[in-house]
Design a protein around this ligand. Structure first.
Ligand SMILES: Cc1cc2nc3c(=O)[nH]c(=O)nc-3n(C[C@H](O)[C@H](O)[C@H](O)COP(=O)(O)O)c2cc1C
Ligand code: SF4
Length: 416
């Protein structure tokens, strides 16, 4: 029997999330106190050595981003932003961290802020997450009272302020540069990359931006070391991952397990098996994710193993579909989502998302031969869109589209 391994969720359900004393009794803020005795560059070296990769979707090496933010300038004003927008469909892990252990996130932010030299922090939270917002605000006040946030923290020359900023319901505002625009009080339009936030972020200052789950790993890594962290997961994707399991499984929920767990083990050991007669497909990574088939059930769930198969881990959302599910209907709803969330700033995405949805909605009425050529045509359009769009949202529809075509062409052409 495979067990959960809780690092980011180590206190979840065990302590009162509104009590800083209970967090401290469980070793809370010890990692931050330890970090303050170390040099900022030592912290980013430990994070680099741990192999931690961003849990927001892209899997970028966390320590490398920290180091580059720290080195952009030494004495200038820097920011740290926690991306808690959690807009990817099927994803609900960051909410659990914030609701059940808000101090863990705050401690991770304090360590990261110290390592890059940031003096101001923001947590940009999905607006609908009322309980997360409430608990984070309580936790920040408590941390201020205990002297973990404020001026000359723990009698050092490190000073830091932290504030919660609720988002307003735009999926695109989870994209880091759009989030920064939104934080600046502007409309949620993306910026062109480069420059990256590490060079020119919030109000043009170097800004470290990380996902909630990424930051929730900082305190244990500093406390127990990089080698300890690397003893979990795989060599290229160390640590654990919180998977959000939903759809046709008997026990949907969030499970923190070793990176590299196989899809079938996640579904059977934690999800209690498929709800239905058999598995047809598994959508991994949310709407900007990919459709896997039963041929992938033994595939390890980590960044690189999935990539080698043309799939993506993304945010860790895993939606299981049984034999009764209509994959074309699922695809249509994803494309409808992208059309709705397209900000309209650039033409390829504004028109493209509407056009591929429009054609997909008509596929069901077509003859098999026409369906095949139509699908190939939609994929070509999505590929052009991916190459010509201004931001990653326009590059996303190709992921579910292509994976569905590669793995389910026969069903899409013949089985209606
Ligand atoms: C359209 C879009 C939406 C995104 N939404 C989120 C989100 O809700 N939460 C998140 O952490 N990252 C999201 N990201 C990824 C961020 O741009 C960024 O990569 C992430 O915050 C970096 O943190 P990490 O390195 O800790 O993963 C999104 C990206 C795109 C393109
Ligand atoms: S790709 Fe889409 S979401 Fe991104 S800027 Fe263009 S229209 Fe807006």
């Amino acid at each position: 029997m495979i067990q959960e391994k809780r690092i980011a969720l180590r206190n979840s359900g065990l302590i009162n999330p509104e009590s800083i004393d209970e967090y401290i009794q469980c070793g809370g803020y010890q990692a931050f106190a330890k970090a303050l005795t170390m040099s900022p560059s030592d912290i980013s070296e430990i994070i680099i050595d741990s192999g931690l990769r961003g849990r927001g979707g892209a899997g970028f090496p966390t320590g490398t981003k920290e180091k580059s933010t720290a080195q952009t300038c030494i004495e200038c004003l820097k920011y740290i932003v926690c991306n808690a927008d959690e807009g990817e469909p099927g994803t609900f892990k960051d909410r659990i961290i914030m609701e059940t252990d808000p101090h863990n996130l705050i401690e991770g932010m304090l360590i990261a802020a110290w390592s890059v030299g940031a003096s101001v922090g923001y947590i940009y939270v999905r607006g609908e997450y009322h309980l997360s917002i409430e608990r984070l605000n309580i936790a920040i006040k408590q941390a201020e009272k205990k002297g973990f946030i404020g001026e000359n923290i723990l009698n050092t020359d490190f000073s830091f302020t932290l504030e919660v900023k609720p988002g307003a319901g735009s999926y695109l505002c989870g994209e880091e540069l759009t989030l920064i625009e939104s934080l600046e009080g502007k409309r949620g339009y993306p910026r062109i990359k480069p420059p990256f936030p590490a060079q020119k972020g919030l109000w043009d200052h170097p800004t470290l931006i990380n996902n909630v789950e990424t930051l929730a790993n900082f305190a244990p890594i500093i406390l127990y070391g990089a080698d300890w962290y690397k003893s979990f997961g795989t060599s290229k994707s160390p640590g654990t991952k919180i998977f959000c399991l939903s759809g046709d499984v008997k026990r949907p929920g969030y499970y923190e397990v070793d990176m590299g767990i196989t899809l079938i083990d996640l579904i059977n050991e934690f999800g209690g098996g498929v709800n239905g007669n058999s598995i047809k497909s598994i959508l991994i990574g949310g709407a900007a994710g990919t459709f896997a088939s039963i041929n992938h059930l033994n595939l390890p769930l980590d960044f690189d193993s999935l990539k080698e198969q043309g799939l993506t881990l993304g945010s860790g959302a895993v939606v299981v579909m049984n034999e009764t599910r209509d994959l074309l209907e699922m695809l249509t709803s994803i494309l409808d989502f992208f059309k709705h969330e397209s900000c309209g700033k650039c033409i390829p995405c504004r028109l493209g998302t509407a056009q591929i949805l429009n054609i997909t909605e008509r596929i069901q009425e077509m003859e098999p031969k026409e369906r095949e050529s139509t699908f190939i045509n939609i994929i070509q359009q999505a590929e052009i869109m991916a190459k010509t769009s201004l931001c990653p949202l326009g590059q996303s529809p190709i992921l579910p589209l292509k994976s569905l075509w590669v793995n389910f062409a026969n069903e899409l052409i013949n089985k209606f």
